[in-house]
Design a protein around this ligand. Structure first.
Ligand code: PLP
Length: 437
């Protein structure tokens, strides 16, 4: 697409945007009576206008039915709490490209990662290493280290981190493929982000998963083995189309407060591929993961529910699930194909707007297929001052030490005009600075 840096052009794109009505379904944060330009949906998505009502409905049920809310609802069309999680499944499955039985909303991301590592990190004497990416989210690194130590191993010679090449902040898929080839014989697990939170780089999850499978199939006279591949989808879910089932990804988890707009600390979710459902994998079990039809028999000896549900541990937080469910609906209704199309245009427009500013470099790849909604701006000189200027102009992004501003136009509620205004604020900043010297 050819872009023009003008307000008319931006407004024309907005007028032709098939998703433009979705903006009205969110509350826009305000300051001093003015709407802010919110480009921080990669950190905390905005509040859907249906959130309050969804919450109040469950508060009413609690108020009116008490414990009976687990089995009944005030309105027959509503979901009793006992099966409430099931009413999120169709939308979740659509958004991550899975079967409904492969997904379950639960807990928070890092908690889920611990649960999944307990099942999928199965080191043996020969095969115990974990391949991951240097510079991925620290919480994931802590979780990986925990599991390595719990099995009596030393993180330093167990966790292999693929680092960017010198003078580069990106990871090349070929580097991942080389590392896989080099270490295939000793690997027990591959775990990485699908989209890097800092650089905004989107990895080719299909290619990475397929490469791992090829190494497993190759065999070389050895018996067949499998190296589970898992992804942290915190920044990928609701941002880029996913086909977890078809890609053959073994497991994944995500958070729902970023692009899914589920609210601060929203319920996370897990994906466990169908091929693992009947294996009775070891896990950190709790009663909520017990076969649903017999859970309340309260018998000793854990029998997991089939599918991703079998990884649940505790009673779900219904109020949080209500927020999650209502926001999921919006993303599913818009559909990832339409969202991706608008996102690529919005982000492309932002890249076009940023291009003339020579003091700003992009950390995020230029290639639209290697990024989602976020652009990470590397500002070597006075980055923090620039960030403060943008904030004062009502443009909300986020600042990452020492030199990075992240801006993420979200296709559900950001407009092309929002993006155009960023250019205006930048022009003003650099103009004033030039005049100042
Ligand atoms: C936001 C984020 C998390 C957050 O983890 P929580 O357990 O939900 O606090 C984890 N991983 C990545 C990559 C993230 O971006």
């Amino acid at each position: 697409m050819m872009y023009e840096n003008s307000l008319d052009f931006a407004r024309q794109l907005d007028a032709n945007d098939p998703l433009r009505s979705f903006r009205e379904r969110f509350h826009s944060p305000r300051q001093a009576g003015k709407s802010l330009i919110y480009l921080c949906g990669n950190s905390l998505g905005l509040q859907p206008k249906t959130a309050r009502e969804a919450l109040e409905r469950e508060l009413d049920t609690w108020q009116n039915l008490g414990v009976e809310g687990w089995f009944h609802q005030a309105e027959a069309t509503e979901q009793p709490w006992l099966s409430y999680h099931e009413s999120c499944k169709a939308d979740l499955a659509q958004i991550v490209g899975a079967e409904p039985s492969e997904v379950c909303p639960m807990n928070a991301l890092t908690v889920n990662l611990h649960l999944l590592l307990a099942s999928f990190y199965r080191p043996t004497e020969k095969r115990y290493k974990i391949l991951t990416i240097k510079g991925d989210f620290p919480s994931d690194q802590y979780a990986l280290e925990t599991h390595v130590k719990h099995r009596g191993l030393n993180p330093a010679d167990t966790i292999i981190e693929i680092a960017p090449r010198p003078n580069d902040r990106l990871i090349h898929v070929t580097d991942i493929q080389h590392a896989l080839a080099e270490h295939a014989d000793e690997l027990a697990l591959v775990w990485m982000s699908g989209l890097n939170y800092y650089t905004g780089q989107l990895y080719n999850m299909a290619a990475i998963t397929e490469t791992v499978r090829q190494h497993c199939r190759r065999g070389n006279g050895r018996s067949q083995w499998d190296i589970p591949v898992g992804f942290d989808l915190a920044h990928a879910i609701g941002n880029v189309p996913l086909q977890l089932h078809d890609w053959g990804v073994d497991f994944a988890t995500w958070c729902s407060y970023k692009y899914l707009n589920g609210g601060p600390g929203a319920v996370s979710g897990v994906f466990v591929h169908e091929k693992h459902h009947d294996k009775n994998l070891p896990r950190l079990a709790g009663w909520w993961g017990y076969r649903e039809d017999e859970r309340f028999a309260m018998t000793p000896g854990f029998v997991p529910a089939s599918g991703a549900d079998g990884w649940q541990v505790s009673t779900p937080n219904i109020l949080a699930l209500a927020l999650h469910r209502t926001s999921l609906r919006i993303t599913a209704e818009a559909g990832m194909t339409a969202l991706r199309q608008k996102s690529q245009r919005l982000t492309g427009f932002l890249a076009h707007i940023l291009a003339p500013f020579t003091d700003i470099q992009l950390l995020t790849p230029d290639d639209p297929n290697q990024r989602g909604s976020q652009l990470s701006l590397l500002v070597r000189k006075d980055g923090k001052v620039l960030f403060q200027h943008l904030t004062a102009q009502g443009i909300i992004g986020d600042w990452r030490e020492p030199d990075c501003i992240r801006l993420a136009p979200a296709p559900l509620y950001n407009s092309f005009e929002d993006v155009w205004r960023v250019g205006e604020a930048l022009t003003q900043f650099f103009q004033t600075r030039k005049e100042g010297v």
